[in-house]
Design a protein around this ligand. Sequence first.
Ligand SMILES: O=C(O)CCC(=O)C(=O)O
Ligand SMILES: [Fe+2]
Length: 221
Amino acid sequence: MTDALFPAERREVAPGAVHVPGWLSLEEQQGIVAQFMHWARGPVPIRAAKLPGGHEMSVRTVCLGWHWQPYRYTREAGDVNGVRVLEFPDWLADLGRRAVAEALQDPQAGAGYHPDAALVNYYDDTAKMGMHQDKDEISDAPVVSLSIGDTCKFRFGNTTDRGQPYTDLDLESGDLFVFGGPSRFAFHGVPKVYPDTGSRATGLARGRINITMRVTGLADE
Ligand SMILES: O=C(O)CCC(=O)C(=O)O
Ligand SMILES: [Fe+2]
């Protein structure tokens, strides 16, 4: 990273919420796609989480570090096969630290960032995610979001409700989005994926991968 390239590309969408287009190199995207293929197979296979009302989400999710189901974290995937989820990889935590340091332009915040859970989401052509807050974490540390594959429309809103004011932006393959500070508990969602907009060079033939890293603040089980 050089200073000449990177600050010009940052866009603060709301206080503490920063979009950095094209942050991941193609090689990094390829590496994540290859890992995704392993993660998706298990030991806890990728699945559509069931909402309390019984509906399944259209997005499919596999977790690292802690297993998430609406609306809690456990080490074991009681709603899938009861098996413990994969460890949170060190390389992903390193990437998370770099993401926080660069997006927030705060090396100390980066160094102090220790994500212990990742939700790895896969969107097919019709998948979407309604407006929600990431609030099953006890910690208020930032969320780091990485996108690979098809472009989506991402809606980043306010901390009060699902409505206006919000900002719509496109998240493309390689984009980083970090939200922390006053925006940590802002509502956000993915109203739409644009099919066939991603480059096959990432190794992902279709669809969209999104990884959100979080600090749960939970004690070990
Ligand atoms: O797919 C995205 O860009 C957002 C995902 C998200 O908000 C979540 O997993 O909680
Ligand atoms: Fe979220």
